[in-house]
Design a protein around this ligand. Structure first.
Ligand SMILES: [Zn+2]
Length: 73
């Protein structure tokens, strides 16, 4: 029978959580859907989210404007 793993060690005594999450998080720009609506010639068209590039998850540190995905910005 398997031996249950015991949590080893204690967590740090720091009361404050880090302000920025380390890993990817759900993209707030597209609500993790991977698509956003853009206005093209007066029509709402669905395009791949430039922030997460359609993946639905956004990595802190990635700047879509810096990456040039917003040509008009
Ligand atoms: Zn997105």
């Amino acid at each position: 029978m398997p031996t249950p793993a015991k949590p080893n060690g204690r967590r740090g005594a720091n009361a404050k959580a880090p302000e920025e999450p380390a890993g990817p998080q759900p993209c707030s720009a597209c609500r993790a859907t991977g698509n956003v609506f853009a206005n093209r010639a007066g029509e709402q068209v669905s395009v791949a989210c430039p922030w997460c590039q359609g993946s639905g998850s956004w990595s802190p540190g990635f700047d879509a404007q810096d990456a040039g995905v917003f040509p008009g910005a």
